[in-house]
Design a protein around this ligand. Structure first.
Ligand SMILES: [Fe+2]
Ligand SMILES: [Fe+2]
Length: 232
């Protein structure tokens, strides 16, 4: 049996990568809804639409990198659910409903809802950027070259994920994230890191997924598929 320190590191990476895989998948599938709203709300803002399309493509690329990671490890990810999804919690708190229940037409029709959605995505992505910086200083992550390489790609992509939403808010003279929204983001993050992650880490009965989340996508409609070097 491996020494305790090694078992701890392996379990931590397993849980971390499972949570990331869930969030990356949730990210790009939710961005399909966002894209729908952006195209309808700002049909002439081609730069903004292109930035959201790139964002969606990047999140799918990240998802595929984590999927490839597990495939190489020869096991399926742990079956974490939406209780581990940052965006799931944020949308639920900000809009009072789940991502699936979000009424895209209402978001398109109501400027206040649309800008709130932009702020929620912006804060979620900024959180992701700060988190990846922390992970890239973690010895447990750095000890696994494949995981380190994945987080390096995520680190490189992350700034381009929140900046377009900030720029859109600035261009349209709409408020940047409010202190209440920033507090919500912090609360969600803390709960994920200090409650959800340790709970999964300690619970050896959490099952593994029996299929990949993208198998339920009904055939991916990715605008740009992952470049081969990113998932090689
Ligand atoms: Fe991502
Ligand atoms: Fe991102």
């Amino acid at each position: 049996m491996a020494p305790p320190r090694r078992r701890f590191a392996e379990r931590y990476r397993d849980v971390l990568a499972s949570i990331y895989l869930y969030n990356e998948h949730r990210g790009y599938t939710s961005l399909d809804r966002v894209l729908e709203a952006v195209r309808a709300r700002c049909p002439d803002d081609t730069a903004f639409i292109a930035a959201v399309e790139k964002h969606r493509a990047d999140e799918r690329k990240h998802y595929l990198m984590f999927r490839r990671y597990f495939e190489r490890e020869g096991r399926m990810p742990l079956a974490v659910d939406r209780s581990c999804g940052h965006i799931d919690h944020f949308i639920r708190i900000a809009f009072g409903r789940s991502i699936e229940e979000l009424d895209t037409r209402a978001v398109v029709a109501d400027g206040a809802l649309f800008e709130r959605l932009c702020r929620v995505i912006m804060l979620t992505e900024q959180r992701g950027m700060r988190q990846v910086d922390i992970l890239l200083r973690s010895k447990v992550v750095l000890a696994d070259p494949a995981l380190k390489d994945i987080f390096k790609v995520v680190e490189r992509d992350e700034p381009s994920h929140w900046m377009p939403y900030r720029d859109w808010l600035t261009r349209n003279r709409r408020p940047q994230p409010r202190w209440r929204e920033r507090l919500t983001d912090l609360r969600i993050h803390r709960e994920l890191m200090f409650v959800r992650l340790p709970a999964i880490f300690l619970n050896r009965r959490v099952p593994r997924r029996s299929s990949w989340p993208d198998e339920a996508d009904g055939g991916d409609t990715a605008l740009i598929s992952a470049p081969p070097e990113a998932i090689a």
